[in-house]
Design a protein around this ligand. Sequence first.
Ligand code: NI
Length: 249
Amino acid sequence: MMLELSTWCEVKEYLKTKKVIIIPVGSTEQHGPMGLMGTDFICPEFIARGVSDQTKTLVAPTLTIGMSQHHLAFPGSITLRPTTLIAVIKDVIHSLAGHGFTHLFFLNGHGGNVDSVKTAFSEVYAEHSFSKRPSSVHLQLCNWYGGKRLKKVQTRYFKTGEGSHATPSEISLSFYAHPGSVKKADLTPRVAPNHPFRDSSDFSDKFPDGRIGSDSSLASPEIGKEIFEAAVRDVLDAYELFLNPDIPA
Ligand code: NI
């Protein structure tokens, strides 16, 4: 159930029985020579739809631009400043909470967003704390790539070369979601280097083709299907725990 394909009347009906919504959040940034620019929002959006199919939860429009300052040396990458992303997340929370949503589940696809999203949550809670107005809003950040079932699939297919950016896991999943956009490239070296980095110049000096520690050429839509099924189950667990925190994991 997608918010953008619903009417306001349908949303009003939904809120009579459910107060939870999933908000996919990602980024638009380079993902090496064969990864799609939209990888980090395609993946959480696709998984959110998988979770919604099983739970009938409303899914908000994906936040497609995140905090990607370190990718700006590569054509096409778009970023928000951390403070801008914090402001965007806060406004989304206030908009949805104002309609009566009490449980907001942010499903994230980009590591660079984590600090800003968590800070936005703290800012919202702080507003309630200072004003002595108890908050009915429950906020959760879940990274689609953090679960144990996914880890098993990664261990099976990507013993070396998973890395941390333009990973074969995320590229496989994006290819499964968009089989008409599968890309190939000759990667040299096959496994990219891995270092700490600072700004976009430092990033492009250290990672000339954009990858960090990964061998994107291991990606395939077939593996993407397995990744999808594992990640949906992982996220379902996190989602159920969010709604029922007192149930033992
Ligand atoms: Ni990514």
